[in-house]
Ligand binder design. Sequence first.
Ligand code: FE
Length: 219
Amino acid sequence: MNTKVFRNLSYGVYVVSSLDQERNTGCIANSIMQITSSPATIAVSMNHDNYTNSCIASTGMFAVSILSEESDSSLIGRFGFQSGKDVNKFDSVDYSVKEGLPIVNDSCGYIVCRVIDKMETSTHTVFLGEVIDCDTIGTAPAMTYAYYHKVVKGKSPKNAPTYLPEEDAANDIPNDSSTKKWTCSICGYVYDGDIPFEELPQDYTCPICKQGKEKFKAL
Ligand code: FE
């Protein structure tokens, strides 16, 4: 099998949110699809290891915020590369509450769902959600997963259904002195700006996950 073919499937970049008791939480997902229009129903695939998975299971509710090409890419680091067990991911995020669930305002739309069924795989739960509220926000185009990879230069969290082990920055970039690149060891972001990395200020932070310069390593 040539699993690279999966890269030819199309995905988006979403914040899936739910509640841990009263506390807001959420994570990044890319595998969401509309199943039917009436009653409006969508499906989301969520890794068992994601804290949000157990929150959706216990509340029977989830919301999807659809990130746009203009959404702050630090949202992906905040929601995709740290655990809601450790931090309150909605701290310092501009959000609204819809049907009791938090949705990210810096997005191009939201969908709130009540879980009507689920299916387990060895690593992921597929939640089927009946839509109870949804709306568009602004006019920016939705961020596709391809855009995230090619323009934002982000990588897949290991829990993403689409994660491939060979999706490692070291495999994408030749390792010779003329093409020296720096990659974030946390999220895989590759720095290839005009300024030599060594000359960046000490307080430089990764635009994806906001980790400091010390987390970058040369390729
Ligand atoms: Fe990073």
